[in-house]
Write a protein that binds this ligand. Structure first.
Ligand SMILES: [Zn+2]
Ligand SMILES: [Zn+2]
Ligand SMILES: [Zn+2]
Length: 365
């Protein structure tokens, strides 16, 4: 344990993948009294008669696109979004007027009802169920790409809690198929490609290797005293056979955790059933740890995978898909919104330590 040696931290940490993204870690002081988000009032009901996503109310949603398994006994169900942010129902064409450019809001917006049970949380779902859910994501993403050559990116994400943008309490995730590559993914893909061109290594693989093996001690040049001991293994939150959950060194959100395949893989669509089973297990355990430490927190998760297109075809070796889990435990301040510099008052090392020390395997847990 090296945590006792890490006292107050005040430093700007540069995201190793996207250097323009950085976070100010300032643990000693309250730079601002940061108002914590209230935990989402947890709706734990199993069934709600008026909920359009509950069983028996299938007629209240737009038509079913797919059910897993098919039929009345569905465990997950995909429907069109009633209020899509992007649609393929009309064509207005692109618009260029002087410096103003608009790309048509073309695409698809679908909802995945994650589970029959209204208020179940991810960590309460069985591994078998999460296996099925990731299978639903994979199959539907594959179909959307296959059906429409104009789609460049299919984003799968989940909002839990009103502060994270969830408008319906019944557990669900969303699929948005877009004609452009979203900026976050674009930045990751292009920066990791540049890294690969220089280092001939996938930067995500290097970060995983460091997380698993690297230890270093930094000495003060003048006094010879230990300035800091870095045990990078301290960023590992959960490790499975094929996946790892890591607390990024420069996390934007205090409790942000990323899940990545241990073996290099650029595209989520390439995962095997065996991969999916281990992903389900690592996600369930990671969410269980988050729930034990910051129970009921509102969060988003999103899947970042290789985009489609000739300009990204060469990213197989340099990009590495992952799932980002971002609990919203505080409201961004004006400083953060105005500067783009996120502030973390909890060190990523301490957050990882607290998550890791949750005993998930004891009968009481
Ligand atoms: Zn419901
Ligand atoms: Zn990699
Ligand atoms: Zn990402």
């Amino acid at each position: 344990m090296t945590d006792t040696e890490i006292k107050a931290i005040r430093e700007i940490r540069i995201n190793p993948i996207v250097p323009s993204e950085s976070v100010l870690v300032a643990t000693a002081r309250s730079m601002r009294p940061r108002k914590a988000e209230d935990p989402a009032p947890r709706d734990t009901r199993r069934h709600v008669d008026t909920c359009p996503f509950c069983t028996g109310n299938e007629h209240m949603t737009p038509p079913t696109i797919a059910s897993y398994p098919d039929g009345d006994n569905w465990q997950a169900r995909i429907v069109e979004n009633l209020y899509p942010v992007l649609g393929d129902d009309r064509s207005t064409g692109n618009l260029v007027f002087g410096l103003q450019q608009a790309i048509e809001g073309y695409g698809r917006h679908e909802v995945i009802i994650d589970h029959r049970q209204h208020g179940i949380a991810l960590h309460e779902m069985s591994e078998e169920h999460l296996f099925l859910l990731f299978g639903a994501y994979q199959e539907r993403m594959t179909q959307i790409y296959a059906n429409d050559a104009r789609i460049r990116y299919v984003l799968v994400f989940k909002n839990f809690g009103p502060a994270a943008g969830a408008s319906i309490a019944h557990t669900h995730s969303q699929i948005i198929a877009m004609p452009v590559v979203p900026e976050n993914v674009y930045n990751e893909v292009t920066h990791s490609r540049t890294h690969y061109q220089k280092q001939h290594q996938c930067i995500f693989c290097s970060l995983i290797d460091e997380a698993l093996t690297f230890e270093a001690t930094i000495y003060d040049r003048a006094s010879g005293q230990i300035r800091r001991r870095i045990n990078v293994g301290q960023y590992v939150v959960e490790r499975g056979e094929r996946f790892i959950a890591i607390k990024p060194f420069a996390s934007r959100y205090e409790w942000e955790v990323h899940i990545l395949p241990l073996q290099h893989q650029s595209n989520f669509l390439d995962i095997t059933e065996h991969d999916r089973a281990d992903l389900a297990r690592v996600l369930k355990r990671t969410m269980g740890r988050l729930d034990a430490v910051i129970g009921g927190a509102q969060y988003n998760f999103f899947l970042h995978s290789q985009p489609r297109g000739d300009d990204f075809a060469d990213c197989d070796a340099s990009y590495h898909w992952h799932l980002e889990i971002c609990p919203r435990t505080s409201i961004p301040t004006g400083f953060e919104l105005g500067s783009g510099l996120f502030v973390s008052t909890l060190s990523p090392e301490e957050a990882a330590e607290r998550l890791r020390s949750v005993d998930l395997d004891s009968p009481a847990a």
